[in-house]
Design a protein around this ligand. Structure first.
Ligand code: PXP
Length: 238
């Protein structure tokens, strides 16, 4: 069975909207682990739009699961990762204006830069994963730069407008997984996975972990809203 990593960035996004302390992403992470999540994923963006440096320090000290830090290859961020020493670092491309991580890392193009970052992280005993599109060129480049894991960007599959495209992109991920495993890489997957589309990806042999954020945090709002309103009404009535 594939493991589950829960991305808690959206909890921090909500907190940052008011600039206060609620909702607390560390508390959210603890609940995710209590519910069975195998790891917690947090992305320290260069613009600090959600997760803050102090969140990572608290997460590292508090959670009883692996911490997977999503990060760009920006030297300042790499320094922070080397000091923090999360269990895993997932290298992602990062653009200031994007709403979310829009595509995979171009490992083939930035091979030397990425190789240096991987060497720095590995020297601190951090397991490194590269977030890439399910493409042969990127898989082979990832093998050459010496990472242990790759994470396939499942966005094209998740955003497919028709069943035919969905099947096409699923096949792409299945084939890419086979190729990656054959050349000795370990495989994770994520982005855009939700309660309707996760099964096909979870069923791909050899995919070790699925990293999911937006759909879980969105669903949690509705799972919890009824109770939240009832408890507020009780306080008002009493
Ligand atoms: N994996 C990686 C590398 C990501 O960048 C993201 C988005 O932060 C996810 C998984 C989770 O994507 P989503 O929020 O769409 O589930």
């Amino acid at each position: 069975m594939a493991k589950l990593g829960v991305n808690i960035d959206h909890v921090a996004t909500l907190r940052q909207a008011r600039g206060g302390i609620e909702p607390d992403p560390i508390k959210a992470a603890c609940l995710c682990v209590k519910a069975g999540a195998d790891s917690i994923v947090a992305h320290l963006r260069e613009d600090r739009r959600h997760i803050q440096d102090k969140d990572l320090i608290k997460l590292k000290a508090t959670i009883k699961s692996r911490l997977n830090l999503e990060m760009s290859i920006n030297p300042g961020i790499v320094d922070i990762a080397c000091r923090l020493k999360p269990d895993q670092a997932t290298l992602v491309p990062e653009k200031r204006q994007e709403l979310t991580t829009e595509g995979g890392l171009n490992v083939a193009l930035y091979r030397d830069k990425i190789k240096n970052v991987i060497e720095r992280l590995k020297s601190k005993d951090i397991v490194v994963s590269l977030f890439i599109d399910p493409e042969r060129k990127q898989i082979e480049a990832s093998r050459k730069v010496g990472c242990e894991f790759i994470e396939f960007h499942t966005g094209r599959y998740a955003d497919s407008k028709t069943e035919a495209w969905r099947k096409f992109h699923l096949k792409e991920i299945v084939e890419a997984t086979k190729h990656a495993l054959n050349i000795g890489l370990r495989v994770n997957a994520g982005h855009g996975l939700n309660y309707r589309n996760v099964s096909s990806i979870a069923g791909i042999p050899g995919v070790e972990e699925l990293n999911i954020g937006h759909s879980i945090i969105s669903y949690a709002v509705f799972v919890g809203l009824e109770r939240a309103v009832k408890e507020m009404l009780e306080l008002i009535e009493n």
